[in-house]
Design a protein around this ligand. Structure first.
Ligand SMILES: Cc1cc2nc3c(=O)[nH]c(=O)nc-3n(C[C@H](O)[C@H](O)[C@H](O)COP(=O)(O)O)c2cc1C
Length: 368
């Protein structure tokens, strides 16, 4: 029997319940363009995602699951009828262009700020200031000491994810991804310095991960198998948010547990820089480490280029690769990667704010 060639970014693949024409995933990117009171996606969002629909799969920017989840200026939500209608226009345009899109569901936790809540404190696992900066309507401000969620608020938050997952379905998304990466609420629960709880949701790896599993159950209850994914960044560090000695064990427990869920994918952000001497030194080769533990479909993320992505897929180190920054300036990133064409730079000044400029005005390669 002839050997089949090694897979590449352009080998079709199935991801949960979906068949994808290529393995180029657009990773979630907050772009701060919902510049309206209701945090509703606009015509700009429709055009931005439509332009990028040649990706095998797009993951939307992080979207708030509830008003309490808000914590970054001009980020859209998925908890009102107007927001659902706004997203429906996006998903219709993506589907008309032949693409597929998941909604990334998020809660900002302690990275939020009282300015978003009429002076009330943001909710978090424990009353510990993460030592980060919050992008508020008044500009960047230092985070504060948040208020620890009580048992009722944890239950309500899990329900909010279920509600937003249901809304994503009504809005026409193809699935949902749980944002469990970087500094938001769920990585806070997983972090032993920020989660000092002594109840069922803190104190051990099993207890720190409990909320994540309960949220996934709520999301899968709405979507069924193969339509719910999760993104993690176990080695991520920023400001006062850093891995602890408990981090490797906590993520081992998490990823082992994910094997028991009918997920579409596990997306993992790999380590940047040298981790030696840090509590997560053993996670230096992040993708290989979790590939050995996770039995489902994996998306690798983090500063990949075309050749690195093809090598990782070709060696079966991962099934798919996601790209964030390269998609900003290259709406036709898939064609550029397929034909080994130049990748255009993008303007960081417009990453998180602005209007059409730096958002929907990057040209296709033919016009560049
Ligand atoms: C402008 C910008 C916004 C981002 N917003 C999100 C987000 O909302 N949710 C998320 O999970 N990651 C977010 N990220 C992280 C990316 O998804 C990705 O993990 C990271 O940029 C590494 O991939 P890259 O090297 O291909 O850019 C953002 C990154 C950028 C550059």
């Amino acid at each position: 029997m002839p050997l089949s060639p090694a897979p590449s970014l352009f080998t079709p693949v199935s991801l949960g319940a979906l068949d994808l024409p290529n393995r180029v995933v657009m990773a979630s990117m907050t772009r701060g363009r919902a510049t309206n009171q209701g945090l509703v996606p606009t015509a700009l969002h429709v055009e931005y995602y439509r332009q990028r629909a040649s990706a095998g799969l797009m993951i939307s920017e992080a979207v708030w699951v509830s008003p309490q989840a808000i914590g970054f200026i001009n980020v859209p939500g998925l908890f009102t009828a107007e927001q659902i209608a706004g997203w429906r226009a996006v998903t219709d345009a993506v589907h008309a262009a032949g693409g597929r899109i998941f909604a990334q569901l998020a809660h900002s936790g302690a990275v939020s700020h009282p300015d978003f809540f009429n002076g009330e404190l943001p909710l978090a696992p424990s009353a510990v200031n993460p030592g980060l900066r919050s992008f508020t309507p008044g500009g960047f401000k230092d985070t504060v000491t948040p208020r620890a969620m009580d048992a009722h608020e944890i239950r309500a938050t899990i329900d909010d994810y279920g509600f937003a997952a249901r809304n994503a379905k009504i809005a026409g998304f193809d699935g949902v991804e749980l944002h469990c990466a970087t500094t938001y609420l769920l990585p806070e629960f997983l972090n032993s310095a920020l989660n000092r709880r002594t109840d069922a949701y803190g104190g051990s790896a099993g207890k720190r991960t409990k909320i994540v599993f309960e949220i996934l159950e709520a999301m899968i209850a709405e979507w069924g198998p193969g339509r719910v994914g999760i993104k993690i960044a176990p080695t991520f560090s920023m400001g006062g948010f850093a891995p602890t000695d408990e981090t490797p064990l906590t993520y081992d427990y998490l990823v082992d547990g994910l094997n028991h869920f009918a997920l579409s994918h596990l997306q993992i952000v790999r380590a940047r820089g040298d981790l030696s001497g840090s509590p997560v030194a053993q996670l230096q080769d992040t993708i290989a480490y979790y590939r050995a533990r996770y039995r489902g479909t994996m998306i690798a993320n983090g500063a990949f280029d075309r050749d690195g992505a093809n090598a990782a897929i070709g060696s079966k180190a991962t099934d798919l690769v996601s790209f964030a920054t390269p998609f900003i300036g290259n709406p036709d990133l898939v064609a550029r990667m397929r034909d080994a064409l130049p990748i255009a730079p993008s303007d960081p000044q417009t990453y998180y704010q602005g209007s059409a400029a730096g958002y929907i005005d990057y040209p296709l390669i033919e016009l560049a």
